[in-house]
Each structure stands twice: as structure tokens, then as C-alpha cells.
Write a protein of this length. Structure first.
Length: 285
């Protein structure tokens, strides 16, 4: 699974949450098979005051394997990038916030009409889908090995009618209008957290880092030595100056992001400088 911003490897808390959802489903299907157990975990908006624990337990109950597969797939597609932005602790807090925050619109809907008890982790996962689109704006995501690519905004906007239509036609614990409460909950969380500053591009790499000073002195010394030679055409001096600036930029990038972040052109610049420096040192010896 990948996007424009890089490979979305499964992160620690995305894996743990997905494993917890799968484990809970297996236990409810094999060990705790009494209907009363699942009913005690679902969130009933009409009786949430009498069963407050259901505010956090309803994501553990999935009605069938397809319900679980749909939720976990969305989590794997969008969760890793969100966890990298929020951090492990922030990601867990965001999950709990969207889970509990869904109860507010569910209670409002219950006051207007009949709302079936909520089950499954669709609500918090919808919050994560929203956050992924928020951070990545209009990045593309793909499902490997399937040759399918879709823009995040299309994915987010397309989920709404896909979920609303079944919720209007069928009375289901797995999909109801109340599950959409994960979307406004996610929006409010990101606004309160100050994440309105969406990430458009990596921050500008700092120039003139003190740690690179000794290497910079070597570059400047090489340039000074060349200046003591017979006058060269202006174009050659300009080329040498531009090369020195490029080397400085490459060294800054290595200091900030590591040598693995270099492109092929940047590796070529560094290699040419090393060869030129080695020849210069050989002549001076």
C-alpha cells in the first residue's frame, strides 16, 4: 500500500488495533458466543447512560467477516500515515476520541428517531480516513498488488454515499447514520490540536549547519587554491562557485535526512567533488 508520499508500511499501533479487532471477533465467534455478550458491548444511544462502557467497547463487535474486513482494510490504507503525523500516543488518543465522539451525534439522532445499537470500528476508522485526507490533501493511495489507485478526496467523499444509502435502506448495527459521527469528531480533534497547518511539502532544509563547518572549510580552501592559479575564464569560475554551493546543499541534506535521502544527481555531485578533491590532494603531495 503506497501513496505519493511514500510506502505506507504498517505502523505499530495500526497493527495492534487491527490485531485487537480481529482477536475480539474470534473470541466472540468461538468463546463468548452468547448473544448477551455482544449486546452488552454494543453502543445503544438510547441507553448509553446506563451502560457507559459501551462508549469504548462497541468497536470490538463486528457482525460478520465482511464487516471486519472492510474496516481493517480502510485502517491499513490510511492509518500508517496518520500515526506518523500524530505519533503513537496521539494516534491512540485520536482513535479513542473518534470512538467516544461518535456517541454525541448518535444520541442526537436517537432523540429524533429510532437508531439501532452501533457495532464495529467503522466510526473511528472514518475519522482516520478523514485525517489521512487532511494531512495528505489529494495524495493517491493504491492497493497492492491490485492495480487500483484512488485519490484521497475521492475516497473520503465516496465513502459517504456508500455508507448513507445502506443506512437509509436497512436497519443495521454495522452501518448506520450514527457511524458518520466519526467524521465531525475527527475534524474537531484536528482543529483543537492545531493541525490546521496541513503539510504541503517537506520543510526547507536548513543551510549552513555548524556541524558541516570543517568540510565547508575544505571546499572553500579548494576554491581559494584554484583562485591562485592563472586566471581562468569567468565561466569556469562561475561553474566552480556553483559546484561548491551544490556540495554545500548536498552536505546539508545528508546532515538533516541521512545519506540514503540523496537522489542520483546529488550522489553524482558528491562523487565528482570527492574525485576532484582527491586529485587536488595528490597534486599538492
Amino acid at each position: 500500500m503506497s501513496g505519493n508520499s511514500g510506502t505506507t508500511r504498517i505502523t505499530r499501533w495500526v497493527f495492534r488495533i487491527a490485531a485487537g479487532l480481529v482477536g475480539a471477533y474470534v473470541l466472540l465467534a468461538t468463546v463468548f458466543t452468547a448473544p448477551g455478550v455482544a449486546a452488552a458491548l454494543r453502543l445503544d444511544p438510547a441507553s448509553v447512560a446506563a451502560h457507559p462502557w459501551t462508549l469504548v467497547t462497541y468497536p470490538l463487535v463486528h457482525e460478520n467477516p465482511l464487516h471486519l474486513l472492510f474496516v481493517v482494510t480502510l485502517l491499513f490504507i490510511t492509518g500508517p500515515v496518520v500515526e506518523r503525523h500524530l505519533g503513537g500516543r496521539g494516534f491512540v488518543l485520536f482513535w479513542v476520541y473518534c470512538t467516544v465522539g461518535t456517541a454525541v451525534p448518535a444520541i442526537v439522532l436517537a432523540s429524533l428517531g429510532s437508531v439501532p445499537p452501533l457495532s464495529g470500528a467503522l466510526a473511528p476508522v472514518l475519522g482516520i480516513v478523514f485525517a489521512r485526507a487532511w494531512f495528505g490533501e489529494d495524495d493517491e493511495v493504491s492497493l497492492e498488488p491490485l492495480p487500483v489507485r484512488i485519490r484521497l478526496r475521492v475516497l473520503t467523499a465516496g465513502l459517504i454515499p456508500v455508507l448513507v444509502l445502506p443506512a437509509l435502506v436497512w436497519r443495521s448495527n454495522a452501518i448506520s447514520l450514527a457511524h458518520l459521527g466519526g467524521l465531525p469528531a475527527a475534524w474537531l480533534f484536528l482543529k483543537l490540536r492545531g493541525s490546521g497547518r496541513r503539510i504541503h511539502a517537506p520543510p526547507t532544509l536548513p543551510m549552513r549547519r555548524p556541524v558541516m563547518t570543517p568540510i565547508r572549510l575544505e571546499v572553500e580552501a579548494a576554491t581559494t587554491t584554484s583562485a591562485s592559479a592563472p586566471p581562468a575564464p569567468v565561466t569556469m569560475r562561475e561553474t566552480r562557485r556553483a559546484t561548491s554551493d551544490e556540495v554545500n546543499r548536498v552536505l546539508d541534506k545528508i546532515s538533516a535526512l541521512g545519506i540514503d535521502s540523496l537522489t542520483d544527481d546529488e550522489r553524482r555531485i558528491l562523487h565528482e567533488y570527492s574525485e576532484r578533491k582527491r586529485r587536488t590532494d595528490g597534486l599538492t603531495d
